[in-house]
Design a protein around this ligand. Structure first.
Ligand SMILES: NC(=O)c1ccc[n+]([C@@H]2O[C@H](COP(=O)([O-])OP(=O)(O)OC[C@H]3O[C@@H](n4cnc5c(N)ncnc54)[C@H](OP(=O)(O)O)[C@@H]3O)[C@@H](O)[C@H]2O)c1
Length: 341
């Protein structure tokens, strides 16, 4: 029996996402075979496909050919020898970084994330990537407290809308930067919207918050914006940047800024966040945070904004939509099994 998977064999646009057939095999020792129910389509998928990613794959770029797709929800359909962590039929999530655009995924069984089977797989998928980034930057790194003022830079996308929801839930006073035609989603979460094309966010916030901001959560990672946002922090203020720098040179300048901020005695902090910490040393906190987020999703405290659901095998169309810049919230690929749920 065969299954279909997307393969990128040449860096470029969505048309480089080619469907190929693979032979279904038994999982190897320690491995699970997962039937994918939903997969996220996100900004890093675009940069890795274009050969521009700085942190997907390796710092030298993702080796060709590869299957994009940063996160999936699926059901375990077979397990290899010596698998004790998970049973056939379990609903799981995987932070794949690359590999998610596929009908079937083979993955290390000890790296699977428990997911309540009652949840809609399309709503659960953004929890694995966009909500974990939003939750950890806000609660693990910035350690926000109710009543604090926070600025979200890049508030209309997948992570930005997660930050809006989590910020409202945490009792923050929010300012949010996004294109003007996307401001309705910002005000829906009681954020004060700022249009970066027609407004200078520094003067808007200086006028509204003369004592400075407590927190900045930055999904753009552009040096100039970061310097300006840092100038808005009060003493003791924290800024966390989780976006992807435009180039390796910009990344080096940003690392220099983070270092200078650390040694400058102004009480401000600048942290850079990346999900790579999950793979390096921090699985426990990720599993705790995913469990919290799934509880909140089940309880209706959070609800991912889903701009579009595409059939799993229409990844190219879904990527073209994300790249168009028109999306508010998340784009998700959904398998026929999940669409019926
Ligand atoms: N650190 C990690 O582990 C990690 C993981 C996943 C993603 N990321 C990165 O996080 C960033 C956000 O990801 P995402 O999936 O949320 O992306 P997304 O859904 O594509 O959203 C990005 C948003 O930024 C807005 N934007 C563009 N230029 C802007 C500017 N100059 N000022 C303010 N906002 C601007 C865009 O909307 P408008 O401009 O139209 O409002 C867009 O909605 C990306 O750089 C992504 O690579 C990091």
């Amino acid at each position: 029996m065969n299954y279909k998977t997307f393969l990128v064999s040449r860096y470029g646009g969505p048309e480089e996402l080619q469907l190929v057939e693979r032979h279904l095999r038994a999982p190897a020792q320690g491995e699970a075979r997962i039937r994918v129910l939903a997969a996220t389509v996100s900004r890093p998928d675009v940069s890795v496909r274009r050969g521009e990613a700085l942190y997907s794959g390796t710092l030298l770029g993702q080796k060709l050919p590869f299957t994009p797709g940063y996160a999936v929800i699926g059901e375990v359909e077979a397990v290899g020898e010596k698998v004790r962590h998970v049973a056939v039929g379990a609903r799981v999530g995987v932070l794949t970084v690359v590999g998610g655009y596929t009908e079937v995924l083979y993955w290390r069984a000890d790296r699977l994330i428990p997911v309540p089977a009652t949840l809609d797989p399309a709503e659960a998928a953004p929890i694995i990537l966009n909500y974990i980034v939003a939750y950890q930057t806000m609660h693990r790194v910035a350690k926000v407290r109710a009543g604090e003022t926070a600025l979200i830079i890049g508030a209309s996308g997948g992570i930005g809308t997660a930050l809006l929801q989590l910020g409202a839930l945490a009792g923050l006073k929010l300012y949010a930067i996004a294109s003007q035609h996307k401001h309705a989603i910002l005000t829906a979460y009681s954020a004060t919207p700022i249009d970066y094309r027609t407004q200078d966010f520094v003067s808007v916030i200086r006028a509204a918050e003369p004592d400075g901001l407590d927190v900045v959560l930055d999904g753009m990672m552009r040096l100039k914006t970061m310097q300006e946002a840092l100038s808005l922090l009060r003493r003791g203020g924290r800024m966390v940047s989780f976006g992807e720098p435009a180039s390796r040179g910009e990344l080096l300048r940003i690392l220099g800024l983070a270092l200078r901020t650390k040694v400058t005695p102004n009480g401000k902090s600048l942290s850079l966040y990346g999900t790579s910490t999950y793979f390096l040393f921090d699985q426990k906190s990720y599993l705790e945070d995913w469990a919290t987020l799934f509880q909140w999703l089940e309880a209706g405290k959070i609800k991912p904004v889903i701009a579009a659901r595409f059939p799993l095998l229409e990844a190219a169309q879904a990527n073209a939509l994300l790249e168009s810049g028109a999306v508010i919230g998340n784009v998700v690929l959904v398998a026929p099994e999940a669409a019926r749920q």
